[in-house]
Design a protein around this ligand. Structure first.
Ligand SMILES: [Zn+2]
Length: 420
């Protein structure tokens, strides 16, 4: 676990040789307020950063981000921006350089973003000429247009200040925005390094190379894995290849294509997808990632807009990504509709059913909604922890939350078809 002080030290070393000069207070007060610009390629179905403005670009207040102020070539101030993304100086007229780091720290939770695991900072700068006649003014600055680190910084700044998103005090979160996973996958949360990776993927059909940092659904999904991992408990998985109907390793698979990823998933990892029949723990883990991405970009009182990032097979044809839909009350029941009859075995599920299950329990199912921490508690208290069977999870929910809340786990499981 890295310490936030490390950042201050890093910046301090970078500033060595420069003069710290904050003593010349004059009448002019300049307040610099800053925004992270984000750019997404999969913004569909009015899905937007809490506001539901249909747009692929937008801005997020750069609150609690690390800044430098360099005035006339001299570093005069550094620290964390305030809760509004602002910093004030009284150093008087001159040429100001504002430098922002893609690092967020709200006093309890930190989220640092690097291009790769070498962990060198890539910073963002803007220069402003402030003159004597301006007096007390507020200067707005925007950082990072069409830069993937800014996408992630916007998500980080948003996430650490939203209590419903499961960030934990004392935790340090790390993202590498231009690097594939240690195992080679284009995007993942890696438990070994405790970091999330957003790299590039070369499509199987050679259409194009895709960078994951431009896909908000993937960013949200991998962040969901990181959040789930940092909570006391949460769904675990990753054993997809043991299921007969996964990928090209489909020996003995008797399920229809509606319950597989092969052969239609080409834009991404074909080992698992929204509709594939998986072990229950895998389906829950991936469904949690989809649910988290939905929760991340939508306010609690808004419809659950989501854009899926792999191909989806239905009605005898392929829907190509991004595939937008709204997570709602009406159950999908994908497993029950297509994937139960053949290729037996219990404790199976699909990602889409689990996305619906988590989303509705979290946001709309009844008056005793499950928080991210509540989900973790159910997993932590079950005998199999992250690998639990349905019955273990339902028992744990009933024991952890006696009364209507605990019972609603089973009710929702029955309704959304994850009770298999
Ligand atoms: Zn995943």
């Amino acid at each position: 676990m890295k310490c936030v002080l490390q950042l201050a030290m890093t910046v301090g070393i970078a500033a060595a040789g420069l003069t710290l000069d904050v003593g010349k207070a004059e009448a002019q007060t300049y307040r610099f307020c800053n925004l992270w610009d984000f750019t997404w390629q999969d913004d569909w179905a009015a899905q937007d950063y809490l506001t539901h403005v249909p747009s692929t670009v937008g801005s997020q207040t750069a609150h609690y981000s690390w800044y430098n102020i360099v005035k006339d070539g001299t570093l005069i101030d550094y620290g964390w921006l305030d809760s509004e993304g602002c910093v004030e100086t009284t150093a008087g007229p001159g040429s100001y350089l504002l430098r922002l780091y893609p690092a967020v720290y709200d006093g309890a939770k930190s989220f640092f973003i690097y291009p790769n695991d070498q962990e060198q900072w890539q910073t963002f700068e803007v220069t402003r000429q402030m003159n004597a006649t301006q007096g007390h003014i507020t200067q707005y600055n925007r950082f990072g247009s069409s830069n993937g680190l800014a996408n992630m910084a916007a998500v980080a700044a948003h996430g650490v200040t939203r209590p419903e998103l499961g960030f934990q005090s004392g935790e340090h979160y790390v993202a590498y925005t231009y690097q594939n996973c240690p195992g080679g996958a284009a995007a993942c949360y890696h438990p070994g390094t405790e970091a999330m990776y957003l790299g590039e993927h070369i499509r199987a059909d050679n259409f194009a190379t895709q960078r994951r940092i431009w896909q908000k659904s993937i960013v949200g999904h991998e962040l969901g894995h990181m959040i789930s991992s940092r909570l006391a408990g949460g769904p675990s998985g990753g054993n997809y290849t043991s299921e007969n109907c996964i990928g090209e390793n489909d020996d003995g698979c008797t399920l229809p294509q509606e319950c597989q990823c092969y052969p239609h998933v080409k834009s991404s990892n074909g080992a698992h997808c929204l509709q594939s029949r998986e072990f229950l723990s895998d389906a829950a883990q991936e469904g949690f990632g989809h649910f988290y991405a939905t929760a991340l970009y939508n306010a609690p009182n808004q419809p659950g807009a989501f854009a899926y990032y792999k191909e989806f097979w239905t009605y005898g044809g392929t829907i190509f990504p991004p595939f937008p839909y709204e997570v709602g009350l009406t159950p999908v029941g994908w497993l029950e509709a297509f994937c139960l009859e053949n290729d037996g075995g219990s404790d199976r599920g699909t990602e889409v059913d689990w996305q619906w299950f988590f989303y509705n329990l979290n946001r709309v199912f009844n008056s005793s909604n499950y928080s991210m921490e509540d989900f973790a508690a159910v997993y932590a208290n079950s005998p199999g922890a992250g690998w639990s069977s349905w019955s273990e999870l339902a028992d744990s929910a009933a024991a952890t939350f006696p009364g209507i809340k605990g019972a609603s786990w089973q009710t929702a499981g029955d309704l959304y078809g994850v009770n298999h």
